[in-house]
Structure formats: C-alpha cells, structure tokens
Ligand binder design. Structure first.
Ligand code: MN3
Length: 226
C-alpha cells in the first residue's frame, strides 16, 4: 500500500460508503505474517479470512431481506439503528459493526517500524491530553483491559485538538452515535487467543508495537479537520 493509498483511506474508509449490494471483505494491506512476532500469522489469517468474512456474509444475508435499504450506506445505517427494520436491526448492529470495525482495524496496523511515532496534530493532541506517548499508550491498554468479555477500546477525536479513549461492548463503536473513531483495539479473544491465550495484557503490549502511526496521524488530520 502506498502512502497515497493510505491518505485516501484515512479520509474515508471504503467500508462505510458501501451500500448493501456491495459489502465485501477488504484485502489485507500486508501479508498475514507482517505483524510477527507481535500478532502471529495464523491469528491474522483466521481473523481476516474467517471472522471478518463471517460478518460480511451475515450482514449481506440480513440486508438481502430488505432490498429497500439498498441505497443507504453502511455508515448511515449504523448511525440510524433505531430506524433499521426490527427483524435485522441486531444483525446490522453486530455484523455491520463487525465489518466497519475490522475494516479500520487492519489499516491501523502495520509491520513494526523502529521509532515510528505519531506526527503533526496527533502528536500535539497526545502531548496536550496525556502528557506523553507512554502515558497515552498506558491509558489505551488500561481501557482495553477494562473491557469485560468481547469488545473494543476506541480512540476518538474530541473537537479539533483533543482525544478521548473509551470502550464499547461486542461490535459497537463511536460510529453508532455519529462520531468517527481514530483507531480501535479489538479485544475479542479471536484477536489474540492462539498466541497469547488469556494474557490480554501481553497482546496489548504487542498491539501498541504494530500501530501504523503514519496512517493514524493522517487519519487524525482528516477527522479533526472535519
Ligand atoms: Mn475481531
């Protein structure tokens, strides 16, 4: 993936703009083993090819019952769940959520690069809000540790200079209340159990080593600018 591709993806996640006939699993922008030794190849392959695939298949199945929704984007449906038909609302929430969350998750990660750090406005937001990169990462890991069962820790731009860390259960996300997350940490066991078993803290220590700060910094510029 080129830097130009990343910048385009930072601005608008393609999954969000997909309409119900067009929901597909995005290609992983690196090899399954690119995140070794922090996230192992087998976990990446199963996570992307089977778990993400299942969210997409189940979402398509649910949406096929309501062809009238075909013109609405996934972002639109997730923001407006109360108005999604009763019989598919839970399926859209869980599988539509699963699809967009994972579409962002793959992009937030990259082959570890020594010395990679947030840049520009993101660097300032972390400095101003948390005092240092180390404290920010510590708070992100603590939030991710606090999720009971399956869910996500989310980093969300707050105004045009701030950042918030929050958590959500299952496949819920800030998109569901109309906000755009900067990055998400998947703490479902399927994201780490093969390598780390119950050691979520060790997975999170590894996760922070493979964050794609180029992508996330660019994404912050785009979201904070509005
Ligand atoms: Mn997952």
């Amino acid at each position: 993936m080129t830097r130009r591709d990343l910048i385009q993806l930072a601005a608008a996640l393609p999954a969000l703009a997909q309409t119900p006939q067009a929901v597909t699993v995005p290609k992983l922008p690196y090899a399954f083993d690119a995140l070794e030794p922090y996230i192992d190849a087998q976990t990446m392959e199963i996570h992307h090819d089977r778990h993400h695939r299942a969210y997409v298949d189940n979402l398509n199945k649910a949406l096929s019952v309501h062809p009238d929704l075909a013109k609405r984007t996934l972002e639109d449906l997730l923001k407006d769940l109360p108005n999604v038909p009763d019989d598919i609302r839970t399926a859209v929430r869980n599988n539509g959520g699963g699809h967009v969350n994972h579409s962002l998750f793959w992009l937030v990660l990259a082959k570890p690069v020594a010395g990679a750090r947030p840049a520009g406005r993101l660097k300032n937001a972390i400095q101003n809000g948390f005092g240092s990169q180390a404290v920010f990462e510590e708070k992100l890991r603590a939030a991710a540790m606090s999720v009971f069962g399956s869910g996500w820790a989310w980093v969300v731009p707050d105004g045009n200079t701030g950042l918030k860390i929050e958590t959500a259960p299952n496949q819920d996300s800030p998109w569901m209340n109309g906000r755009t997350p900067l990055l998400g940490v998947d703490v479902w066991e399927h994201a780490y159990y093969l390598k780390y078993q119950n050691r979520r803290a060790d997975y999170l220590a590894g996760f922070t080593k493979v964050i794609n700060w180029d992508f996330v910094s660019q994404r912050y510029e785009e979201i904070a600018r509005g």
